[in-house]
Design a protein around this ligand. Sequence first.
Ligand SMILES: [Zn+2]
Length: 340
Amino acid sequence: MGTGPVAGVDYPATYQQLLKWFPDDDSCVEYLARLRWPDGFVCPACDGGQFWRTGRGLWMCRSCSRGTSVTAGTIFHRTRTPLSTWFAAIWFVTSQKNGVSALGLQRVLGFGSYQTAWAWLHKLRRAMVRPDRDRIGGPGTVVELDETLIGGVSGGTMGGYADKVPVMIAVELDPSATSGSRTRAGRPSRRQVRLGRVRMQVAQRPNTVDLLVFAQAVIEPGTTIRTDGATILKRLPDHGFKHEPTNGYAATDPATVLPGVHLVASLLKRWFIGTLHYRVEVQQLPYYLDEYTFRFNRRGAKSRGLLFYRLLQQAVGTDPNPLHQLLKPHEQQAESSNWC
Ligand SMILES: [Zn+2]
């Protein structure tokens, strides 16, 4: 750390500062340009660095004459809403410890429709996962890996097994983590759990090879992976991991077997209920997991403004894949299925 971005210098420290820094579109465009081209403008067509500016926020390349908009290919592309409103929305979403629901965003920004707020939140969620993010763990570290079933509550009653979606969770157990887990008074069994970063992904079916594929995708080889006794996981050593299976079925309290994933899973479920009020669409679940992951992995940030900065940074990232995803023509309508 130490040389990271600084509150009040690289990003606003308070909402008042946000309003002062970004009164109009021009100030937002300049800020986005700074994030997108930290070492100066680079033409995406020819890598040229010489440019001139038009009045419409375009960077014109002197070598190839191509015009580049700082918002092209981002969630802000061709938005009809002022960028300063987007910035306020991002501030609101990132500055709340648990984020906001579409209804909450609608209220605070004074949107006419719930659907607009809902679509905005989904666009922001798509910017919440870094495409190049590191794998967690590493030799000498321990990662817990397990699945939890999400959903299945409908009309206040538990639904059938088929309604539930298996979510795979990998979380670092990090005795040296600076942030630690947010422990609460009265939960002594969780107090000693100190967690690092988390990764989550929806599985097609529970307890299948999906778990192995997930582990390979998100966990560094050489990591010690602690799991329950599922048979499929005995193959983890074939993929370069150290494996510590525990027999969860024999334990009296399953929470003590894999306390890290258990804590993450219960916080995730609480987030769905407490902040999102069950309004989670099953086909959008991966994006909700992205938001949760974004927030969880930055829970120790000294300033909430840092999350604002990181999200904007990711939103103007230049990797074509996530940007392509962001440009899907129209969000689906907000179907609140009461699924979760
Ligand atoms: Zn060029």
